[in-house]
Design a protein around this ligand. Structure first.
Ligand SMILES: Nc1ncnc2c1ncn2[C@@H]1O[C@H](COP(=O)(O)OP(=O)(O)OP(=O)(O)O)[C@@H](O)[C@H]1O
Ligand SMILES: [Mg+2]
Length: 317
């Protein structure tokens, strides 16, 4: 069973605007509301591939009710802890030339008692064959060690952990040796405190991935946006170029990758099939609008285009 964790979900409000003007009244058009959160994106991709997951996290107030209604409407299984403070609402403004401005709330304060309820729920799903996907930001009041503590508890029950987060939360959670990680270039460089890494080539990136691998994960998937991805594990490494697709929205491409990898790993697919699925699902997510998950037929079609190249042991070491 895959359990996706979304500690700080949001009602995402996306609106069109002619031109964003500061210090002026801006009128919004075509306001669309949807349930947002990286764990929820992961659950949607797993569902699109024909799999099953349970989404857990925190939901509060009227926005929390609406969030859960919308997740149910999408046919996703969920089991959120209800909290007294309201779930946040995030505003995304797309102006006429397509540029995106995001206004994100920090998220609700979660009380100690509410967090303990969540921990009980988390542990109730933990078993040897469960994979927990921990992704996204933390709500106010939860410290950066939250994912690390969750990793420790879950590993205590022999569950597997797929971590996809950034900054201090990523750095601390790495101490508990998550099983699978999917940083992007920015997150990788931030982890190693490299400020000027824009020009780093593949050999250097690969060597940073191997340093991450040495800290415990079985798999490091480094996503590199339009360039593609590197998949690095103890026995070798693969490179895959990004597929050539018409861009709808790149938001959530990384979540699609995480979801497809988690699903493939759950099914014990051979590693190369897992990586190919990840590339096809990510390309599918890029070619669909917003964070909408690509459908399975599209992913199957894109799979035919994926080319994985095994990197020589010299390049990979
Ligand atoms: N413009 C693009 N064209 C084709 N494929 C892309 C493009 N952008 C991303 N991808 C695919 O999606 C994968 C994940 O993208 P990216 O590295 O941007 O993830 P991310 O930064 O974690 O994204 P997010 O966290 O917003 O979901 C890439 O490895 C690549 O295969
Ligand atoms: Mg990401």
């Amino acid at each position: 069973m895959i359990i996706t964790v979304t500690l700080n979900p949001a009602l995402d409000k996306t609106a069109r605007i002619d031109r964003l003007r500061p210090n002026a009244l801006n009128r919004l058009e075509n306001v669309i509301v949807d349930a947002g959160g990286k764990g929820l994106n992961v659950s949607s991709v797993i569902q699109a591939l024909g799999g099953r997951s349970i989404a857990i996290g925190f939901a509060g107030g009227a926005p929390g009710d609406e969030l859960l209604d919308r997740i149910s409407g999408r046919g996703l299984e969920h089991d959120f802890v209800r909290i007294s403070n309201p779930t946040r609402t995030n505003l995304k403004l797309i102006d006429r030339d397509g540029s995106l401005t995001e206004l994100n709330e920090p998220g609700p304060e979660v009380s100690g008692a509410e967090f303990r309820l969540f921990e009980e729920k988390l542990l109730s799903y933990a078993a040897e064959d469960s994979i927990f996907v921990l992704s996204g930001s933390l709500p106010a009041g939860l410290g950066p060690d939250t994912y690390r503590n969750m990793c420790r508890m879950l590993h205590g029950r022999n569950a597997k952990i797929f971590l996809d987060t950034d900054g201090e939360a990523f750095r601390l959670a790495m101490e508990e040796r998550p099983n699978y990680i999917k940083p992007n270039r920015y997150e990788l460089l931030q982890y190693f405190g490299i400020d000027d890494g824009e020009s780093l080539g593949e050999a250097e990136l690969l060597s940073l991935c191997r340093r991450l691998l040495a800290k415990g994960p079985e798999l490091v998937c480094l996503s590199l946006g339009r360039i593609g991805a590197l998949f690095v594990h103890a026995r070798g490494a693969f490179r895959a170029a990004a597929l050539n697709v018409k861009t709808g929205s790149t938001v959530g491409a990384g979540d699609a990758m995480t979801g497809a990898l988690a699903w493939g790993i759950e099914h014990n697919f051979p590693q190369e099939r897992c990586y190919a699925l990840a590339m096809a699902a990510a390309a599918g997510a890029v070619s669909t609008e917003g964070t909408k998950a690509p459908d399975r037929i599209l992913v199957e079609k894109l799979l035919e285009q994926v080319r994985l190249e095994k990197l020589t042991s010299q390049a990979a070491s």
